[in-house]
Design a protein around this ligand. Sequence first.
Ligand code: G6Q
Length: 556
Amino acid sequence: MATEVQTKSSGNIAPPLDARNSWQALRAHYPQVQKLYLRALFAGDPHRGERMSVEGAGLFLDYSKNRITEETVKLLLELAEESQLRQRIDAMFSGEKINITENRAVLHVALRAPRGASILVDGVNVVPEVHAVLDRMTDFSNRVRSGAWKGHTGKRIRNVINIGIGGSDLGPVMAYEALRHYSERNMNFRYVSNVDGTDFAEAVHDLDPAETLFIVSSKTFTTLETMTNAHSAREWLLAGIGGDEAAVARHFVAVSTNAGEVKKFGIDTENMFGFWDWVGGRYSMDSAIGLSTMIAVGPDNFREMLDGFHEMDEHFRTTPFERNLPVLMGLLSIWYNDFFGAQTVAVLPYDQYLKRFPAYLQQLTMESNGKSVTLAGTKVDYATGPIYWGEPGTNGQHSFYQLIHQGTRLIPCDFIGFCQSLNPLGRHHDMLMANVFAQTEALAFGKTAEQVKAEGTPDWLVPHRVFEGNRPSNTILAERLTPAVLGKLVALYEHSVFTQGAIWQINSFDQWGVELGKALAQRIIPELENKNEPALTHDSSTNNLIRRYRQKKGER
Ligand code: G6Q
C-alpha cells in the first residue's frame, strides 16, 4: 500500500510526523515556550517587532506578537524542510498529480501564469489554453459592459446573476464584494447559491428579465443546487419574456468543464467558458469561474488581480522559507494547532470590502485541510485543519472579541489592514487602523492586576478587569485594497493551507467528506415528494422527522 501511494503521489513522502526529528524537538521545546509571556519576550528584545516582520510580494507580515522564540522559528523551519515542503511545492508547480485520490494535478497557479510561461500536464503546456479562455472572457465581458451584447428583446444587460455554489460561488462573491470599488456601478451583480428558493426569489424580485444575464457556474454542471436554481432561472426568464425559448441563448452563459450537460440545458456551447480538472472548485476564482468578477471590474482589473496572485505564487515558490510569508503563516498555524491545542483561527479584516473574505477562507482552509487520513491512507494521530472564522473589524470588537480577550480558549488571530482607504472620509481610516493596532496590543500585553488597581478599581472588581494578554496574533498590512493586493492575499492563504497540508501529509485537494450527505439527500428527496406514504427505512430519528415534515408541509 505504502509503495503504491509513493508511486501515485509521484514524489517522496516524508517520514510520519511523529518520526520527524524536528517534530520531536518541537515537542520538547513547547513546554518552555508555553510558560513565556509576550510581555517578557518584548521586554527582553527591544527590536523583536522589527526582527519578526517580513515583507513579500508587497504584503507586510508582523508575526512578532506570537508565542514563539528564535528557537521555535528555527525548529518550525526545520520541520518544513524535513516534511519535504520544498519538494511538495516543486511537485505542485510542475504539474505532478499530487491530488492522488482523484489522480489530478493541482494547478491553480497555472491560471495566473503569464502568457509566455510553460506548465506541462501530461506533456501538454496548459498556459496557452488558460490565456485563450481569458481572451474569450475578456471579449465577452467587454461586450456585456459596453452594451454590445443585447438581451433577447434588444435591451442591454444591466443585471448579472452568477448561479453556482461552493467553489463556484464563494470566490466570485467574495471578489465582487472586495473589488466593488472598481466595479461597474451601472450594473447589478448578484449571486445565487442556496437551493432554498428564497435565495433565487430575493435575487430577482426587482429585476427585469429582459435585462438579466445568468452565468451558470458549475464545474460538473450536475450539482443539485446549481441546476435547480438554473432551471428556475430559465422558467423565470421565459415567463417574463413571452416564452420564446430562443431567449435562453441571449440570457444564459455557462462556466463548466462539462460541454455535454451545458448543451442539454440549452446553452449554446459557443457561450460556454471552460476550465480543467486540475482546477479545484475552491481554487477556481481566477479561472472562468471568475467571469462575473471580470464583468464587474473589467478585464484590466481582473488581469491585475491575476498578476497579484502570480506575484505571491512566485514569492512562495522562490523565497527561502525564513522569509516566505505563506510558509511562516502555515508553520505558525501548525504551532498553535498541534502544540497549544488551539482549535480555531480568527481572520479579522479591517476593511468592509473584505466582509466575505472569512467565509471564503472557511472553504479554502477547512475543505482543504479537514482531513483525518494521511496520503498513505493511515489515520492521523494529531490535529489537522483548524476552524477558520471571522468578521470584519471593528464590528467583531463589539461582539465576539470578548471571548478572545478574556475567555478560556486560545484563539490565534490574523489582523488584516490597509494603510490607505479607498473611501477616505474624515478621520475614519485613522480610527479604523488605530483599532487594529490597539487590539493586537491589548491581546498580546493585556492589563495586569497591578495596572487595574492603580486605576483605582475596587479590589472585588479587579479580577474581572484583568486582561491576561499573551493572546497571539499576526498583522498583515498592505498599502491599499487593489485587485492585485486581493490576489496576493488569497494566494497567501492558499499557500499557507498548502504548507500545513504538506506537514500533516494529507491531501488538501480532495473533498470526499461532502459526498455522503449529498447521496443521502438524493434518497430522501423522493420520500418527501411522494404523494403516497413511503416506506421509510432510516433510523427512528430520521424517519420521525421525515414523517413530521410530510404531515406539516401541506398545512397552511
Ligand atoms: C470545492 C468543492 C465544491 C464545489 C461545489 C460546486 O473545492 O469541489 O465546493 O466547488 O460543490 O461544484 P460544481 O462547480 O461542480 O457545481
